[in-house]
Write a protein that binds this ligand. Structure first.
Ligand code: T1G
Length: 698
């Protein structure tokens, strides 16, 4: 293996290079190399510069090493060596200087940043806290403790300019390496004891105490059940209440506790899962087709959101609607959506104008002839989709990728309407499409490899997180939503209130409970969809309450009342007495003896319904891997990230227990509503989990 840490002398300055692509993670050989090269430099140089190859400093510890036997030296010890160096060390902060990378820079005595550098302590995003002195050195360097708290508890990176502003770096220079070597030459031979942060002592004061009190409330609220942010805050507080070495020991102890926690395992799982889901399937080869111009059919909610997505990514977009009035409305909505960001400084008026200038409007299909990618987001019926694709086949240029945004229809059928089924696939966006990160890419039977690669490329260019699905009713996400909502409605029939169902699941960590989600989406959507399908009597019975609400005009948030009442101004929800009355009437009509239902049962029946259906989706090949399903639910449905995803959570519970409960319910009074997955049962029997399934099948 080539050495991942080498030294290049520049006069009396030792430039120590870290070269561990792709992100210069602090793998064990990097840690060993830093210690060795710095030790050697003590006798050969008067100062040292620590820099990373590939335009980035260090993106952090090597996450892949966690959970494996530790290889010495551990990072805290490496950084003790760096800080204790007899010659001054200047860090070249470039690219991503994150986590252990920033901690390494803090152990250096000076820091020079490149203008585009990003600096942060994102460990909390992995269910961890900075574990190599970040919580002890940052507060000793930064004059304002609130800045140290924000860095470590929010996990959000900051720019070089902001870092300079808060005192995290000494300089920002276009040529950071050159500036760092110059600085090293200047400080060589001079006293730099005051730059050893471990020597700085801090004391708690009433003002600082007040900052911690206020931060604790805010951090706890934002954490929404995640543990790491609060633990990171506590560790920073230790810097003011105990000597450095003790604070380091406490930090290490907390790190070792968190690194084996369910939350950290879940967050590291989803970190790798969302990178894995963006990769082409192993049976696909070739290169993406070039997309210079995008056509969008439909300027409604979905079409407008998709058009915004591409315009924001810099693509010229041709928007086609059936009438000028529809185009006027759609474009006005898009402009208003963008303009909302002006007040908060997210965008400028010029930015809005630039995006709007990328949009061309038309009611003539012929104007789509020069588009390389055309996405339709028109009315969700097969008749309309067939009609649209027949026309696209006539006007689109050869090689254009033709995508449908359908949320559940059969894309093979749609593709068959064209003479080019190999150019057709699904690109299913989630509303609001310009905000929601998930993109379900549906690979139809005849979709060509390079068409699939084009969609993956578009996801990357429009900052979406993709998951590849095969054709199947509802693909991955909506397919699994059905049994989840079914159990939620059944629980209400059996005795739980809407509020209890929702609260059990928001306490579990969901952004919104299923009943509130139904009200948000509009109860009439489900009502119409059920009327279009030929549901069995026992299936229809489940939604009697929801149907009665719609028939009584309670459509959900859009009508001001659904399962809940909504305040017109604040949208705050409250009980809807009408709904309570309907629930009681329906229970009586159906002869249901209601019972007290525990929150635990609510969570199990809904979450295990998700996992069971996910296992069906896997077995049918509609999803490539269980971790893709977790990506879908994290990025499209507000699943609590620190639980990993519906499949990871079921694995954490233990598939044996999950399978046993699913079998129990399938034999019970509402057993008709359960179809136990053979895959779930066999994994449970073999003592395996969904992670094993992924390892063995992808
Ligand atoms: N360890 C191991 N692999 C990593 C990695 C890391 N820290 N960061 C990225 N990779 C892999 C990633 O899986 C992918 O692999 C490839 O690099 C490119 O990544 C002690 C305990 C740096 C902003 O949390 O946020 O330090 O898929 O696709 O979009 O206190 O990677 O090609 O096989 O994301 O350009 C703290 C995590 C660690 C930063 C670059 N650091 N990384 O984004 O590329 S814990 C982090 C990122 C720690 C200390 C603590 C991003 C990025 P593959 P990518 P990108």
């Amino acid at each position: 293996m080539t050495k991942s840490v080498t030294t290049e002398m520049r006069g009396d300055v030792a430039v120590i290079w870290i070269d561990n692509p792709p992100v210069n993670a602090l793998s064990y050989h990097v840690r060993q190399g830093i210690v060795a090269e710095l030790a050697a430099a003590q006798s050969t140089a008067k100062a040292a510069v620590l820099a990373g190859r590939g335009g980035t400093f260090i993106a952090g510890a090597d996450i892949r090493e966690f959970g494996k036997p530790l290889i010495d030296p551990i990072l805290p010890d490496v950084l003790d060596h760096v800080e204790a160096s007899g010659i001054p060390v200047v860090a070249v902060v470039e690219g991503n200087t994150l986590g252990g990378g920033l901690e390494t820079a803090l152990a250096c005595h000076y820091r020079v940043a490149a203008p585009k550098a990003k600096l942060g302590l994102p460990e909390v995003n992995l269910g961890l806290l900075p574990g190599a002195g970040g919580t002890q050195r940052a507060p000793r360097l930064l004059p304002n403790v609130a800045d140290a708290i924000t860095l470590a508890a929010s996990g959000r990176p900051i720019s070089a300019a902001k870092a300079m502003d808060i005192g995290l770096v000494d300089q920002v220079a276009d040529d950071a390496l050159d500036a760092a070597v110059k600085l090293a030459e200047e400080v060589a031979g001079k006293n730099f004891e005051d730059r050893r942060l471990s020597k700085v002592s801090l004391a708690m004061t009433p003002d600082i105490e007040a900052v911690f009190e206020a931060s604790l409330t805010e951090v706890t609220k934002k954490a929404k059940g995640a543990h790491a942010p609060v633990r990171a805050l506590q560790s920073i507080r230790n810097a003011f209440e105990m000597p450095f070495r003790e604070g380091m020991d406490q930090e290490r102890a907390t790190f070792k506790e968190l690194v084996v926690s369910d939350q950290s395992n879940a967050l590291r799982h989803i970190f790798f899962a969302e990178r894995q889901s963006a990769k082409p399937p192993s049976d696909v080869s070739g290169t993406p087709r070039k997309v210079a111009k995008v056509g969008i059919l439909g300027a409604g909610t979905m079409g407008g959101g998709i058009a915004m997505t591409y315009a924001e990514a810099g693509f010229p977009v041709t928007m086609l609607e059936m009438s000028d009035a529809a185009l006027d409305k759609g474009l006005a909505t898009m402009e208003a959506n963008w303009s909302r960001g002006i007040k908060s400084g997210r965008i400028t008026e010029q930015g809005v104008a630039e995006r709007m200038a990328r949009l061309t409007r038309t009611t003539d299909y012929a104007d789509l002839a020069d588009c390389d990618l055309i996405i339709e987001a028109v009315f969700e019926t097969m008749e309309v989709k067939r009609e649209v694709f027949k026309k696209l086949d006539q006007v689109a240029k050869p090689g254009a990728v033709l995508a449908t945004n359908t949320s559940y229809l059969d894309i093979n059928e749609i593709a068959a309407e064209t003479s080019r089924p190999q150019d057709v696939l699904g690109m299913h966006y989630f509303s609001p499409a310009n905000i929601m990160p998930l993109l379900e890419i549906v690979r139809a039977d005849k979709t060509a490899d390079d068409v699939l690669l084009t969609a993956l490329d578009m996801a990357k260019k429009t900052r979406k997180t993709p998951a590849i699905a095969r054709v199947g009713h509802g693909f991955i996400g909506n397919r699994m939503l059905t049994p989840y909502l079914r159990q939620a409605n059944l629980l209400i029939l059996e005795g739980a209130s809407p509020e209890q169902v929702d609260k059990a699941l928001t306490d579990f960590g969901w952004a919104m409970g299923p009943i509130s989600v139904s009200d948000l989406a509009g109860l009439d959507i489900g009502y119409k969809s059920r009327k279009d399908q030929d549901l069995s009597e026992h299936e229809q019975r489940i939604y009697t309450v929801a149907d009665r609400l719609v028939e009584a005009g309670h459509l959900g948030q859009k009508s001001g009342s659904g399962f809940y009442n909504y305040d017109k101004a604040t949208r705050a929800r409250s009980e809807n007495p009408e709904a309570t009355k309907i629930i009681e009437e329906v229970r009586a009509e159906l002869g249901i003896n209601t019972r007290a239902i525990s929150d635990e049962e609510i969570v199990e029946r809904t979450m295990f319904a998700l996992a069971n259906e996910g296992a069906h989706v896997l077995a049918e090949g509609v999803a490539q891997r269980a971790s893709d399903i977790d990506v879908v639910y994290n990025h499209g449905y507000g699943y609590p990230r620190w639980r990993g995803g519906p499949m990871f959570y079921a694995s954490t519970v233990g598939l044996k227990d999950v399978a046993a409960r699913v079998m129990e319910w399938s034999e019970g009074s509402s057993g008709v509503h359960w179809t136990p997955s053979d895959l779930l049962m066999s994994l449970a029997d073999e003592g395996k989990d969904f992670g094993d399934y992924d390892k063995e099948n992808t």
